[in-house]
Design a protein around this ligand. Structure first.
Ligand code: 5AD
Length: 370
């Protein structure tokens, strides 16, 4: 078997210098010493690209009304054990002010998937209302038409996150009802790219039936689509969903290990993309997000949604930080990052280095291989 030291040495030479077999080996690492070698190399690359700084975006959970029925997700439309809410424009603008006052300089507006003129206009109003705050704005609002993506871009959004969830159409079909289409999701990523967004995607790891090769091909998919940002995390069963009753071999320790291995492997393969250390990691270990940074991630998305709404936006069981307000979250984050020798990149939007390299290389924002 190829040694991890050899894989890491090749990875350092240039981006995309690993095979599916190499990536599958990194993703499946169990030996603590081998994990250390892979994560240390990924962290060194992160420091080369982003310094010892973490870019922070406040996360606003706009609403949990969702037309999708994903078999794993706590806010799926069939889950009746949930009061549905949607924030008002005023709520959102208040949270954006909190985010700007905290110095994060970027914000993520995330919510259940709704395709309607009313929702499109609501998002436009939020975007126009926060323009004076000069934040980098990421949207994470699911599949929409290209025309809607264009309207939101024109209203001030600059980044869009749309997880493909898995690059395997076969596995995707087992995780979603028949009317959910992998192809449409992939087409949406192409549309976002044409609209000039910094495009982010990602997957869940440790899904039932998923193999290390599936995850390795996910990472190759990120490269083939030439995406700028990655947000991924381990699958965590939610008791009110159908997938929770499907037998699952993974313990929480496995989920954390695989999630961290995915971050390290993705950094080693892609070098200059933004990679988020997601809250799913924090749900599995109190210092899960810090471990994510040390495995090569460079972005965090602390929740700035009012505490009153957070319980209603539980995608998985054990969501952390349900009762801490934005200020408490920020103080805790500063302290935990200081403990690993990292600082919040205050006042900087923290754009994806890959995006700027892509544009500088002559690619119009709308061109590319998608
Ligand atoms: N465990 C982990 N992540 C989940 N998501 C949804 N449900 C779960 C779960 N049970 C993720 C999906 C989605 C994102 C918003 O949350 O990847 O794209």
């Amino acid at each position: 078997m190829t040694s991890v030291a050899d894989i890491v040495a090749r990875a350092r030479e240039r981006p995309r210098n690993l095979s599916v077999d190499d990536l599958a080996r990194l993703v499946a690492l169990e030996d603590p010493d081998e994990q250390r070698v892979a994560r240390a190399a990924a962290y060194a690359l992160k420091c080369r690209v982003a310094g010892k700084l973490v870019s922070v975006r406040g996360l606003v959970e706009l609403g949990n009304i969702c037309s999708k029925d994903c078999l794993y997700c706590g806010i799926r439309r069939s889950n009746a054990n949930l009061a549905r809410y949607r924030l008002s424009v005023d709520d959102v603008l208040r949270m954006a002010e909190i985010d700007a006052a905290a110095g994060y300089a970027s914000i993520v507006l995330q919510g259940g998937e709704v395709e309607s003129e009313a929702n499109t206009a609501f998002i436009e109003e939020c975007l126009r209302g926060m323009a004076h705050l000069d934040l980098g704005v990421t949207l994470s609002l699911g599949e929409q038409t290209e025309a809607v993506y264009r309207r939101w871009k024109a209203a001030g959004a600059s980044r869009y996150l749309l997880r493909i969830e898995t690059s395997s159409p076969g596995l995707y079909a087992r995780l979603h009802p028949a009317d959910h289409s992998w192809t449409r999701r992939a087409d949406c990523l192409a549309a976002l790219r044409r609209c000039g967004y910094q495009v982010g995607t990602g997957v869940m790891s440790a899904l039932p039936g998923q193999t290390p090769e599936d995850l390795a091909r996910d990472i190759v998919f990120f490269g083939d689509r030439d995406v700028d940002m990655i947000g991924m995390g381990p699958y965590i069963p939610h008791p009110d969903t159908p997938l929770a009753s499907v037998p699952n071999p993974w313990t929480d320790a496995d989920r954390l290990r695989i999630g961290l291995n995915m971050i390290a492997a993705t950094r080693l393969y892609l070098h200059d993309v933004n990679i988020a250390s997601t809250t799913a990691l924090q749900a599995l270990a109190p210092d899960g997000r810090e471990q994510g940074i040390l495995a090569g991630a460079n972005v965090m998305m602390p929740n700035v949604t009012d505490v009153a709404y957070r319980r209603q936006y539980q995608l998985y069981a054990g969501k952390p930080c349900l009762d801490e307000n934005a200020d408490q979250c920020r103080t805790a984050l500063e302290r935990s990052l200081a403990a690993i020798g990292e600082r919040i990149n205050y006042g900087a939007r923290g754009d994806s280095a890959h995006f700027h390299a892509r544009i500088a290389a002559g690619g119009l924002a709308g061109s590319g291989r998608m």
